[in-house]
Design a protein around this ligand. Structure first.
Ligand code: NAD
Ligand code: GLY
Length: 361
């Protein structure tokens, strides 16, 4: 398997490898050792299962396995669908050593991981991400969960996978908007903590937009290594891990207010990072030039940087108040000192946030 890159999430007894390369799904030797028992359940969705599940099936021939294809879309990231996964485990007779294989993007991965966290108080799962966003973010680090009408990802658990297997083959069929949305999370990694990587992204924006394999492999491996480092130091987000939410409080508010189907998550994150950078510049933490550099990179990668018109600033602010990072009723945001340096701001004035939403451009 030439060109395969591997990095590790170093978590004492629960550490695991992240493998990135072409052709990994069809090469059972790459993933079978992560399955410890006799039962396996593939969790996917109706779009992805027909494309990529056949690659996995020969590798499962000697096991007792089944599969479930959930409906496609963020609005299906619900408890009802997690219950369907549990029903499938029950029908399989899945015991405590069963393994769930999450084959899909972040929606599938978050639900499959949450189902695994709860079944018999926690069984194994493997992440086989098929979107760029999932490869660089959601499949790594053990955050699992579902949405609630009151906000995104409000219900969930920390539950680490046994393996993350990112097969670049799957990105060949990923729609361009979804692909670009994944690039937003790659930019986030450079913006929040790695100025050299940010510069590398500026230099390779064209290659990344063209899905060049070498550039893509480097970007995924580097982003995963950075995220793995953060997760190893702060698995349950007591401190540093919150930095991975750069732009996300604005993004979650946008997703809540627009109803989850106007913007893709990564698109909302792109807009959210730009707003966080503008707020940081407005408060004197970062320079306007750095905020402009971030906007320029996002735009070069084909990402939106301005919120959809006509949104209600009070509704957006109300959604931000529900964010899991807030403490004691105060707005806690990830702000910016410039390229490569994000920080946690514990007591942001609501008036400044409101002004960020209402300032045009
Ligand atoms: P997604 O899972 O909805 O996938 C995007 C779309 O692409 C879907 O329609 C999907 O069916 C399709 N698709 C996926 N792979 C494909 C492929 N290879 N070819 C063709 N089509 C394909 O969205 P996403 O962007 O992957 O994930 C977003 C979700 O991830 C959100 O729910 C977000 O909250 C969550 N998330 C979680 C974390 C975490 O740490 N757990 C981090 C970031 C985001
Ligand atoms: N996506 C943010 C985190 O994993 O912490």
């Amino acid at each position: 398997m030439s060109g395969t890159r591997e990095t590790t999430v170093a978590l004492a007894a629960r550490g695991y490898p992240i493998r990135i390369g072409r052709g990994l799904l069809g090469d059972a030797a790459q993933w079978r050792t992560a399955l410890r028992g006799r039962h396996a359940l593939i969790v996917s969705n109706t779009t992805i299962a027909p494309l990529y599940q056949p690659l996995l099936e020969p590798g499962l021939a000697d096991l007792c396995w089944s599969s479930i294809a959930l409906p496609d879309g963020e609005r299906h990231k619900t408890l009802d669908n997690v219950a369907r996964i549990w029903d499938a485990l029950a029908a399989l007779g899945a015991s405590r050593d069963a393994c769930i294989i999450a084959l899909g993007g972040g929606v599938v991965g978050d639900m499959a991981g949450f189902a695994a966290a709860c079944w018999m108080r926690g069984i194994d799962f493997v992440q086989m991400p098929t979107t760029l966003l999932a490869m660089v973010d959601s499949a790594v680090g053990g955050k699992t969960g579902i949405d609630h009408a009151a906000g995104k990802n409000l219900i969930g658990a920390f539950h680490q996978p046994r393996l993350v297997l990112s097969d670049l083959v799957t990105l060949d069929t990923l729609p361009v908007r979804e692909y670009r949305a994944g690039l937003a999370e790659v930019v986030k990694i450079g913006a929040l903590g790695d100025a050299a990587f940010f510069t590398w992204l500026e230099q390779h924006a064209a290659a990344l937009s063209a899905r060049d394999d070498a550039a893509l492999t480097h970007a995924i491996a580097h982003a995963c290594a950075c995220k793995a480092g953060v997760v190893a130091r702060d698995e349950t987000e007591q401190g540093e891990r919150a930095l991975l939410n750069f732009g996300h409080t604005f993004a979650h508010a946008l997703e809540t207010v627009t109803g989850y189907d106007t913007l893709l998550h990564g698109e909302a994150v792109a807009i959210g990072m730009r707003l966080a950078a503008r707020l940081s510049a407005h408060l004197g933490h970062a320079t306007a030039a750095d905020a402009e550099r971030l906007s320029a990179l996002l735009a070069a990668l084909g990402l939106p940087i301005v919120p959809p018109p006509g949104l209600d600033a009070e509704a957006l602010l109300a959604a931000m108040r529900l964010d899991k990072k807030n403490r004691g009723g105060r707005l806690r945001l990830i702000l910016w000192r410039g390229v490569g340096t994000a920080f946690i701001a514990g007591d942001v004035d609501a008036a400044d946030v409101r002004a960020t939403w209402t300032t045009p451009g």
